[in-house]
Design a protein. Structure first.
Length: 62
């Protein structure tokens, strides 16, 4: 085997190890961001719901 063939084999093997790790990390990062976004919207929905209940209660008390 010549030197360029060895170098090419090392590059191919290293990419076959690194690329799946990179893509799985990227996928987990996207899922984490989506989860955080969903939690924020759920918290906002709960806040709006509680505000509506408070306004109705205050209107009854006046």
């Amino acid at each position: 085997m010549e030197t360029w063939q060895i170098i090419l084999a090392v590059i191919i093997v290293s990419l076959s190890i690194v690329m799946p790790i990179y893509y799985s990390h990227k996928k987990k990062k996207i899922q984490r961001e989506l989860k955080e976004g969903r939690e924020v919207t759920e918290k906002e929905k709960i806040r709006v719901y509680l505000d509506n209940i408070n306004e109705k209660f205050r209107a009854k008390r006046k």
